[in-house]
Write a new protein. Sequence first.
Length: 233
Amino acid sequence: MQLDQTHLVMRPRRMSEIGDMTLAMLRNHPQQALVDFGIGALLWAILDIAILAWIPIQEAQLGLTDEEAVLQIYRYLGWMTLLVMLQTPLAGSLATLCLGRKIFEEAVTWREAVREVWGHRSALVETTLIKGLVLPAILVLLFRMGSPVSFFWDLLIPLLILMIQFFTRGMYPFVPELLLLEKCPIRKPRNSADQNVITLPQRLSHLHQGQSGENGGRFIIQGFVYSVLLVCF
């Protein structure tokens, strides 16, 4: 990356500045921000509908007037919101790469971006699909298909997943960017002459040193703001 050749000044920013910068990026690069992200999100949306749509369909057939129906709808909304939050980093991988290249003034075609993201598939699967708890959440929902509302499975488990996300993605939020843009390997290569390569855990520790608490606070505030915007929408 050319840190001295960017569309944006590289400096620490307050949360309000980050929000303003986000709107500017949406205005200047709508294709990368919306279309590329939409392509990745569409695949996950189809999967989410396949494993959760039975809840509103079943309750619509039985009627939405009893207390059980209300609990089922809350169950549906809670799990769907959690899935979207968990899947967003992986769904936005293509947009992350294209937008990152735009910021650093590196031209990349859509085909090249897809090829490069696919080349990082093993690292993305390990960091987002497994450690990011996407796969465990999906397995829980597949196991619970057709089951009634459970306090343990439909409240405690989602809260536990959300708490783990706070201590992982909330405090260390830039894993996809480090994998796709800085190309940090997850672990040191075994048969490489260059053993001084900076791994992902080392880069995360250096990047977020002394800022993990602030990042965690941002995670909570952003989640609250996005929830309010979702309700308004």
